[in-house]
Design a protein around this ligand. Structure first.
Ligand code: T4K
Length: 369
C-alpha cells in the first residue's frame, strides 16, 4: 500500500544554516554549558512567550520534575494520575515520595477533581496532575482543593507547551509547571525541559539543585545532581521557538483532517480542544469502543503496523500496572483510567505529515471494522 514507514511522530528542525548561525558564537566563546549565554537567552525568550514570572531550564523534563520536588522539599504522598508516561510516577517515587492514584475524567483524560478529594489525608503534601496530550486539567477546582488542604500543585505539562486557556498560557497554573522539550515534542531543544513558577525564591534553589547543590564558589548546601541544559540545546530552542506558530498551524491542519475523516465513525471517540482552549495539537489520541466500532484497539494497532505505520499506545499500561511497581498499587481503583488505557491509540501526528498520509491512515483504521 505504501513504501515509507510512518512513525508516531517526527522531530521538527530548523533549517541547518539557521542552527549553524545560532551556534557560531559558541566557537568564539568556548562556553558550552553551565548556564551560559544561549541558556540565559532562551530563558528570557520563554518568559516573554509564555507570559510567566520565572523559569528554570533543565537537561530534560524528567530531571525538571525531580528537581522541583527536591527544591520544594516535599515529603509524604502525592496525588497523581496513572494515565501518563513513566516519568510522572517515577519522579515521585525516585524522590522518596509515595504516589496515590486518583482516577481520570472520561471526557479529556485528565485528573478527576472529584476523585482527588477523597484521597487526601494528613500525609498528602502535593497534587501532580498531567495536562495529558495537551488537554488541560480542571485547574480552578484543583486549585480550590489545594488551597483548602494547603497542598502544592505541580503540573506535569510535558505535552502542553503552546496551549492557551482563555488566552492565558497553561504555564501560569499551579505552584509550578514542568514542560518537556524532548525531540518528540511540539517545541523541542533536542533534549530539554523547564519548570515555570511564580515564587522567585525557587529560581536559586532550582539552579542550585540542578548544579550539584553548589551555592557559592566554596559552599555546597544541597546534595544536588547535574541537570543543566547545554548551550547547543538552548540554541536549538531559540531557533525552534521562532517557528512555533508555523509548527502549530501545520499540526492543526493535520488534526482537522483526522477529525473530518473519523468524527462520524461509530465507536471512535476523538479528543478535541474544549471551549476556550487554543490547542498545540501535540498528539492524536483516538479511543476505540470495541462494541460500537466492531474491532478492538489492538486490532487497529496491528492493521496499521501491517502497512508500516506505527501508532503508539500512549498510555498503556497504566503506570500503576508497571512491572516495577508490582504489588504496590491496584489499578481497579482507577476504573476510568483503566478503561481508557485499554482502548486508546495515538495515531501519527507531526507538522510535516501529509494529508494524503492522514487519509491512508484513516482508510486503514476504518477498514478494520
Ligand atoms: N511527563 C510526561 C507526561 C511525558 O510524556 C514525558 C515524556 C515526560 C514527563 C518526561 O519528559 P522528558 O524527560 O522526556 O523530557 C517519548 C519521549 O522520549 C518522551 O519524552 C515522551 N514523554 C514520551 C511520551 O514519548 P518513547 O519511549 O515513546 O520514545 P521513542 O524513542 O519511542 O520515540 C517515539 C517516536 O518519536 C519514534 O517512533 C520516532 C520519533 N522520534 C524519536 C526520537 C528519539 C523522532 O522523530 N526524533 C527523535 O529524536 O518516549
Amino acid at each position: 500500500m505504501q513504501s515509507r514507514q510512518i512513525l508516531v511522530t517526527r522531530s521538527s528542525m530548523p533549517e541547518f544554516e539557521e542552527y549553524v548561525e545560532e551556534i557560531r558564537p559558541l566557537w568564539e566563546s568556548h562556553f558550552l554549558t553551565n548556564m551560559g549565554a544561549k541558556h540565559r537567552e532562551l530563558e528570557r525568550r520563554l518568559i516573554d512567550y509564555l507570559g510567566i514570572e520565572d523559569i528554570a531550564l533543565f537537561v530534560n523534563g524528567h530531571s525538571a520534575l525531580e528537581c522541583v520536588i527536591e527544591a520544594m522539599d516535599l515529603k509524604g504522598k502525592v496525588i497523581t494520575t496513572p494515565f501518563t508516561f513513566a516519568s510522572t510516577t517515577h519522579a515521585i517515587v525516585r524522590m522518596g515520595l509515595t504516589p496515590v492514584f486518583a482516577d481520570i475524567r472520561a471526557d479529556n483524560y485528565t485528573l478527576d477533581p472529584e476523585s482527588i478529594e477523597a484521597l487526601i489525608d494528613e500525609d498528602v503534601c502535593a497534587i501532580m496532575p498531567v495536562h495529558v496530550y495537551g488537554n488541560i486539567c480542571d485547574v480552578e477546582t484543583i486549585e480550590a482543593i489545594a488551597k483548602k488542604h494547603s497542598l502544592k500543585v505541580i503540573y506535569d505539562a510535558a505535552h502542553a507547551f503552546g496551549v492557551l486557556r482563555n488566552g492565558v498560557h497553561v504555564a501560569t497554573f499551579g505552584d509550578a509547571s514542568m514542560f518537556s522539550f524532548h525531540a518528540t515534542k511540539v517545541f523541542n531543544t533536542i533534549e530539554g525541559g523547564a519548570v515555570c513558577f511564580h515564587d522567585h525564591s525557587l529560581k536559586d534553589l532550582l539552579n542550585q539543585w540542578k548544579n550539584f547543590g553548589i551555592t557559592g564558589t566554596e559552599s555546597v548546601e544541597y546534595i544536588g545532581g547535574n541537570a543543566k541544559m547545554n548551550e547547543f540545546c538552548a540554541a536549538m530552542g531559540i531557533c525552534n521557538l521562532r517557528h512555533l506558530p508555523d509548527e502549530i498551524a501545520k499540526r492543526k491542519k493535520v488534526a482537522e483532517r483526522y477529525w473530518d475523516r473519523l468524527d462520524d465513525v461509530s465507536g471512535i471517540v476523538l479528543s478535541k480542544p474544549e471551549q476556550g482552549i487554543t490547542s498545540n495539537y501535540a498528539y492524536m489520541p483516538v479511543l476505540f469502543d470495541e462494541k460500537r466500532f466492531n474491532a478492538t484497539r489492538d486490532e487497529v494497532y496491528n492493521a496499521l503496523l501491517s502497512i508500516d505505520t506505527h501508532p503508539r499506545k500512549y498510555f498503556y499500561p497504566l503506570t500503576s500496572d508497571f512491572d516495577c511497581y508490582s504489588g504496590r498499587f491496584d489499578s481497579r481503583c482507577t476504573p476510568v483510567a483503566k478503561y481508557v488505557s485499554d482502548r486508546i491509540l495515538t495515531l501519527p501526528m507531526y507538522a510535516d505529515l501529509s494529508l494524503d498520509d492522514v487519509d491512508r491512515i484513516c482508510d486503514a483504521v476504518i477498514g478494520v471494522r
